[in-house]
Ligand binder design. Structure first.
Ligand code: GDP
Length: 522
């Protein structure tokens, strides 16, 4: 690709994540979006689809059992003149670290809200991460086919609870069984809730150009009044504010009945940003159109396909063009790596990617080279992107192999799952016994399940409960400082830390050793 071809290709990319509280309809809307575009490639998995093309993630029975999605996946499709990358995120809060990292790899986010429930705890958390990153956030108020809360109330809630200005792009006419359509403010038309999509244009005064039975209905005049109110007293549309994440365009619809979803997608693509620049650790800015290739690994996942025991490192391309077979440098080790045949998207037919550009996500077949947060680049100047956020675990568990004869698979499983970032691994400073750390309980359950299913290793876990993890400067360490209330352990890099029983234990320690430095993160 020459420079202008690269620029054209990059500008076509739209890479975003859908965030929501579990059950708001993220999967349903993702599936609708995929139907609008012919799916090009799929890295990862999506829940069962009637067409049969998208088999439910079979590597992880636990998803089915618990009815939650705990893995992220990446889907790519073409729609009109755009190439769209959707990154799915686990909705359950116990996997927020995974979601957090995934959100580092997108340029915008779509927030799906159940209109009967409004903003739920997980919506709020995920929103705050997006807000911190300053990326544009688009809101889809879902399940309009069911009776929900008043639209005005829902929009106000965005402003009051999340503190973001909202601009309705359309407005429901009725709701639940009485849903008649959408007053499409952005396109100045009415979208009727009929089996086939039907649109009626509005004249300059906002009246339908055709006469409609609907106009006699009080539901219609109520909606008109509310729209008028929004126009007069609400926020002004402001593209700049959308770009900086200070204003969220709000769309209403029903993912299940595919009402308003296409309207949403079309308008979304008018405003969603093309791939953005990325900042490196030494604060230089890497532009997506830079001809030299660079990217970072935001996720590693083992055994996505039980037929191919493998590991995939998910890479967000930040600049330039990826070509299969290219040589790149892994910044952390300064090692050259050839991204050869092993580079592929996960799909039913394990398709190889020949080329990809900034904004795209590719899956790199990994034999143990990569770690989460790694940067790779091509070119003379070394690039290291900013560190990905890491959560300090709060829950701990002692872990051992049930069958002492099976130590080998136990160690292999632990090593791989830890490199994936599924859980954190520590060891008792004196005995060397393994201790797992997690943000949420479900991470342990998934770990135990996967150890058995993927590594044939039955593990015994003994809860240690909540602890406060604090790293200590190794030069100041004296093993005698350890007690039952502040257990001394090593992290997987060999760095020492204490697991404090509670805040009192930590305070007691600080009083006793006032000069010892303790930090919450390595
Ligand atoms: P996720 O957990 O956010 O991925 O939610 P799902 O897409 O799995 O949806 C959760 C449940 O809500 C499923 O039973 C869906 O069929 C249902 N659902 C999703 N969208 C709609 C909608 O627009 N209307 C109605 N009535 N139900 C919906």
């Amino acid at each position: 690709m020459n420079q202008s071809e690269l620029e054209t290709a990059v500008n076509k990319r739209r890479t975003f994540a859908i965030i929501s509280h579990p059950d708001a309809g993220k999967t349903t809307i993702t599936e609708q979006l995929l139907l609008f575009g012919g799916v090009v490639r799929e890295a990862g998995t999506v829940k069962a689809r009637k067409t049969g093309n998208y088999a439910k993630s079979d590597w992880m029975e636990i998803e089915k059992k618990r009815g939650i999605s705990v893995t992220s996946s990446v889907m790519q499709f073409d729609y009109h003149d755009k190439r769209i990358n959707i990154l799915d995120t686990p909705g359950h809060e116990d996997f927020s670290e995974d979601t957090y990292r995934t959100l580092m790899a997108v340029d915008s986010a779509v927030m799906v809200i159940d209109s009967a429930k409004g903003i739920e705890p997980q919506t709020k958390k995920l929103f705050q991460i997006c807000k911190m990153r300053g990326i544009p956030i688009f809101t889809f108020m879902n399940k309009l086919d069911r009776d929900g809360r008043e639209p005005l109330e829902l929009v106000n809630e965005l402003e009051e609870v999340l503190g973001i200005n909202a601009y309705p792009m359309n407005w429901p006419i009725g709701m639940g069984k009485g849903l008649k359509g959408l007053y499409d403010i952005y396109n100045n038309r009415i979208e009727l809730h009929t089996d086939k999509p039907k649109f009626i244009d509005l004249d300059d005064e906002g009246n339908p150009v055709e006469s409609l039975d609907l106009m006699e209905d009080s539901i219609f005049s109520d909606a008109m009044m509310e729209v008028q109110l929004m126009k007069e007293a609400g926020n002004q549309f402001d593209h700049k504010k959308i770009e900086t994440g200070d204003l969220t365009p709000v769309f209403f619809g029903s993912a299940l009945t595919n009402f308003g979803v296409k309207t949403f997608l079309d308008a979304y693509l008018d405003f969603a940003p093309a791939p953005s620049s990325h900042v490196t650790e030494d604060e230089s800015v890497i532009k997506p159109n830079d001809s030299e290739f660079s990217g970072f690994v935001f996720k590693i996942q083992a055994n996505m396909n039980p037929n191919h025991r493998d590991r995939i490192a998910f890479l967000r391309i930040c600049s330039g063009e990826f070509d299969r077979g290219m040589d790149v440098t892994l910044t952390r080790s300064n090692k050259k790596i050839r991204l050869s045949n092993s580079t592929q998207f996960m799909a039913d037919t394990r398709e190889n990617v020949e080329t990809a550009v900034a904004g795209d996500i590719i899956g790199l077949y990994d034999t143990g080279n990569f770690q989460i947060g790694d940067t790779i680049y091509d070119g003379k100047k070394a690039v290291q992107f900013e560190k990905l956020p890491q959560f300090t675990p709060e829950l701990f568990m002692q872990v051992s192999a049930k069958n002492v004869m099976k130590q080998k698979s136990f160690h292999k499983g632990i090593q791989q799952l830890v490199q994936e970032g599924a859980v954190q691994l520590y060891s008792n400073y004196t005995t060397g016994d393994y201790i797992l750390g997690a943000v949420g309980q479900l991470q342990f359950e998934v770990f135990q399940f996967r150890m058995l299913n993927e590594y044939n290793s039955e593990v015994v876990m003994q809860p240690m409960g909540k602890k406060i993890a604090r790293w200590i400067n190794p030069d100041q360490l004296d093993e005698k400082m350890s007690s039952s209330r502040n257990l001394l352990v090593k992290d997987r890099f060999g760095e020492p830390l204490f697991l404090f029983e509670n805040q009192f234990a930590e305070r007691w320690f600080k009083d006793k050793y006032p000069n010892v430095e303790l930090t919450a993160k390595l």
